[in-house]
Design a protein around this ligand. Structure first.
Ligand code: SF4
Ligand code: SF4
Length: 427
């Protein structure tokens, strides 16, 4: 059932006034660091959003749209801000306004991808099988060699370049739950892209949880988290997906909803705010958000089985923005990696800085995304690590593409894959 979009409540309407213009957030902002321009800083953007709300700036104007679209929504400014300014909520409001002025072709394309494909598992799966065929039958090599990509719209060519080898579909068979020795029961959030491109991460998550005495189930009717929709200004679609997920996960009453994709986790944790004005869902959304746990946070909290085999190698960890800035999780993944015998863990300078992935930012803002990625890759090279670990699919893809472009053999892995390797339970 379609419900009307949430009205702006007076508190959110005046949120820009919380900013005291101190500028403490400016050095944390990647776009400000690269451009040095006030309108491309958090403080400048908040000022512009305030002016938009007061009717002094036109949200359909090219300069306003450019400064807003150049924001990564990485939320580093929120971590830096001493006044607790909720920047991302303001940016989401700005993007709702921008969306109202999109042209018909742009809206149509977004509708197809965001509403017609992402939340429909079968259609999405069929698309990825076709992509796999494209990669395997030699057509990809032909297309790349022919130079035809240069004739495609920039976004499409960019997507093609970023796409890794599409793996076999994940086999997420839930083993018959052992009753003895079970320490807890959780539900795993699948996401939309994760099972298609990162099936092995889901499989590793399942094995590591089982190894630690946790029974796992997958609610069938779950769907995409809606983060891409919300950050693109399609708030109503995000709210509809949130309602579907809440209904899907509340039936079983498991201890926690486990997420291994930071962007999805941050979104699920904020369903309570997204549906705060929905009388039928507000308290259900609150209960749901309270159950959401990132996989690293959950395992660190329950204490993991220390019986692992030795792994060799030097690993560095890159904070996914939506884990660190969106969920405040910094130490748990580092502690898990440090628990693996033999693995040398080295700190990455500016690990808290975005890698330029940011949802579909690396497709819509390729130039800035590349500049930010170059900084990240330079930092990784300085660590001398043979493995980079990060807890978000977008970051894994982005860093992998950056390393590939420089012909570096550094591996990119989710921390749960390293734990799984150390347990030696993978087939
Ligand atoms: S979300 Fe990130 S890119 Fe956007 S203003 Fe804040 S720090 Fe800058
Ligand atoms: S967002 Fe926070 S840190 Fe940045 S200028 Fe405003 S009050 Fe200061």
């Amino acid at each position: 059932m379609n419900r009307p979009a949430a009205p702006m409540d007076p508190e959110r309407e005046a949120a820009h006034l919380d900013c005291i213009h101190c500028g403490i957030c400016l050095p944390a902002c990647p776009t400000y660091q690269h451009l040095g321009l006030e309108p491309d800083s958090p403080r400048g953007r908040i000022y512009l959003i305030g002016a938009m709300k007061e009717g002094r700036v036109n949200p359909a104007g090219a300069p306003f749209i450019r400064h807003m679209q150049l924001c990564l929504e990485c939320r580093a400014c929120e971590t830096a801000c001493p006044s607790g300014v909720r920047f991302s909520a303001m940016m989401d409001e700005a993007r709702v306004e921008i969306r109202k002025h999109r042209n018909a072709a742009g809206l149509f394309l977004r509708r197809i991808v965001f509403r017609g494909i992402l939340p429909r598992r079968r259609i999405l799966h069929a698309c990825f099988r076709l992509l796999r065929l494209y990669q395997r039958c030699g057509m990809r090599r032909l297309v790349r060699a022919s130079g035809i990509l240069r004739l495609l719209p920039r976004g499409l060519a960019r997507m093609e370049a970023l796409l890794p080898e599409v793996p076999e579909a994940a086999h997420l068979a839930v083993p018959a739950a052992a009753q003895e020795g079970v320490r807890g029961r959780v539900s795993l959030f699948r996401g939309c892209i994760m099972p298609e491109l990162f099936g092995p991460v889901h499989e590793a998550t399942l094995r590591v949880l089982n190894r630690n005495g946790i029974a796992v189930e997958f609610p069938e009717k779950q769907t995409c988290c809606g983060a891409l929709h919300l950050h693109d200004g399609d708030r109503e679609s995000a709210r509809q997906l949130a309602r579907r997920n809440i209904a899907a996960f509340e039936k079983n009453g498991s201890d926690a909803v486990i997420v291994n994709a930071a962007g999805c986790g941050a979104m699920l944790r904020e369903y309570d705010a997204l549906l705060a004005d929905d009388s039928a869902f507000a308290s259900r959304a609150r209960n749901f958000s309270l159950r959401v746990r990132d996989i690293a946070e959950y395992l660190d909290g329950i204490g993991i089985d220390p019986n692992m085999r030795r792994l060799q190698g030097r690993v560095t960890y890159d904070d996914a923005c939506h884990l660190l800035h969106g969920q405040g999780i910094r130490d748990a993944p580092r502690r898990l990696l440090a628990a693996i015998p033999g693995l040398e863990v080295v700190e990455l300078r500016e690990a808290d800085r975005c890698c330029g992935s940011a949802g579909i930012y690396n497709i819509t803002q390729p130039k800035m995304a590349d500049r930010i990625l170059d900084d990240k890759i330079a930092g990784i090279i300085r660590t001398g690590a043979s493995i980079v670990a990060s807890g978000n699919p977008g970051c894994l893809l982005q860093i992998q593409a950056g390393l590939r472009a420089k012909n570096l053999a550094t591996r990119v892995m989710h921390p749960i894959e390293l734990l799984d390797l150390a347990y030696g339970d993978e087939p």
